[in-house]
Design a protein around this ligand. Structure first.
Ligand code: GLY
Length: 334
C-alpha cells in the first residue's frame, strides 16, 4: 500500500519548489526567439504561482502547460500544427510522481487545453489512456471544456507550415528538409514541491503533415513523459517516432535509479546516444528525486524556463541561462 504523501506546507525547507517548462526543441528561427522566451517565462511563472498557492505539483504542471497551449507561438492547443489533411489532432499526458497516477489522451480536437482533458481522464475514469471520440465525449460531458467549432484551431501559420512541408516533399525526400518544415514544438512542464513530490505534463499538436490518427511520444508514459518521486519527472520534445522507439524517458529514469546519474547527466547521455544512433534530435527537461534540474537538447534550439523562489531562469540556445529576479507569489496563510 502506498503511504499518504505529505503536503507541501508540512515540508517547507526540505526541497526548493520549482517549475521548469519547455516550449519545444527544433530549428527556432532568430525572429521567433523573443516570443518563445516570453511564452516560456510566462508559463513557468503561472505554474509556479499555482504551486505556491495550492501546493499541488499537478496544478503547477497543468497551469504551466495551459499557458503554453493558449499561446499560438507553441505547437500545442491554439498553436497546433496540422495533419496532412489540414486538421488539428492533439496528444497530451500528465503524471503524478507520488502515486504514479496518470492520464493520457490522443487525437483530441476542438479544445484548447488537452492537458486538462488528460488530467480529467486520470481523475474521473478507471482508465489511463483514452483517444479520439471517447476522449472528446469526456470533454463534452464536462463544463470545464469549451468545445470549439470544427476548424477553429487551424491557424494561418500552421496552414503555411503545412504548405511548405508539402512543397519540400515535392522538391526532395531529404529527411533533414522535412524536419525543418515538420518541426516539432511540443510543450511540457515538470515540477517539484517542498516535500519532493514531482509531476510531469506534455502536450502537443504533433508534427506537421502527420497522417490522420498518428500518435507521437508525448502521451506515451516512459516515451515522452513520466513522473516518479523515487526517480524524476521528465518531459521530452522532438521527433516523436524516434523518441518512442528509443524509449527516451524510460532510459533516463533507469540511469537516475540504477546508475546514480543526476537529471542533467542522464538527459545528456540518453539524448546524445539517441542522436548518434538515429541521426534525429530531441530535448528533455527533468527534475530528479533530489530536486536537481536537467535541461538538454541535441536540436539547434529549445526554449525553456524555470522559476525557483524569486529566480526566473530561461534560455533558447545551448549554454544560455538568463536570469530575471521576479516577485515570489504570496504563500496563503495555513
Ligand atoms: N514530440 C511530439 C510528437 O512527435 O508528436
Amino acid at each position: 500500500m502506498q503511504a499518504q504523501a505529505a503536503t507541501h506546507s508540512e515540508c517547507i525547507g526540505q526541497f526548493e519548489p520549482t517549475v521548469l517548462v519547455h516550449g519545444g526543441a527544433g530549428d527556432i528561427a532568430d525572429s521567433g526567439i523573443p516570443l518563445k522566451k516570453l511564452g516560456v517565462k510566462r508559463a513557468a511563472r503561472r505554474g509556479y504561482e499555482a504551486l505556491i498557492k495550492s501546493g499541488s505539483v499537478l496544478d503547477a504542471v497543468e497551469g504551466a502547460v495551459n499557458s503554453l497551449e493558449e499561446d499560438v507561438n507553441f505547437n500545442a492547443g491554439n498553436g497546433s500544427v496540422l495533419t496532412w489533411d489540414g486538421d488539428v489532432e492533439m496528444d497530451a499526458s500528465i503524471m503524478n510522481g507520488a502515486t504514479l497516477e496518470a492520464g493520457c489522451v490522443s487525437l483530441a480536437r476542438d479544445i484548447i487545453n488537452p492537458i486538462s482533458l488528460a488530467r480529467r481522464i486520470m481523475e474521473t475514469t478507471r482508465h489511463r489512456y483514452i483517444a479520439g471520440e471517447g476522449a472528446m465525449n469526456i470533454a463534452m460531458e464536462s463544463e470545464n471544456f469549451k468545445i470549439l467549432q470544427k476548424g477553429a484551431l487551424v491557424t494561418e501559420a500552421a496552414q503555411k507550415s503545412l504548405e511548405n512541408y508539402k512543397a519540400s516533399l515535392n522538391r526532395t525526400r531529404s529527411k533533414r528538409e522535412s524536419q525543418i518544415y515538420g518541426s516539432p514544438g511540443t510543450v511540457g512542464a515538470v515540477a517539484i514541491d517542498a516535500c519532493g513530490n514531482v509531476a510531469a505534463a506534455t502536450s502537443t499538436g504533433g508534427i506537421t503533415g502527420k497522417l490522420s490518427g498518428r500518435i507521437g511520444d508525448s502521451p506515451i508514459l516512459g516515451g515522452g513523459t513520466y513522473a516518479d518521486n523515487e526517480t524524476a519527472a521528465v518531459s521530452a520534445t522532438g521527433h516523436g517516432e524516434t523518441i518512442m522507439r528509443y524509449n527516451v524517458v524510460s532510459r533516463m529514469l533507469a540511469l537516475v535509479q540504477h546508475a546514480n546519474h543526476t537529471a542533467q547527466e542522464a538527459a545528456e547521455r540518453v539524448l546524445n546516444e539517441m542522436t548518434q544512433r538515429f541521426d534525429e534530435t530531441a530535448g528533455i527537461i527533468a527534475i530528479d528525486h533530489r530536486g536537481r534540474l536537467g535541461i538538454h537538447f541535441t536540436s539547434k534550439r529549445m526554449s525553456w524556463a524555470y522559476q525557483r523562489g524569486e529566480e526566473l531562469h530561461f534560455g533558447v540556445d545551448a549554454g544560455e541561462d538568463q536570469l530575471e529576479i521576479v516577485g515570489e507569489p504570496r504563500v496563503p496563510p495555513l
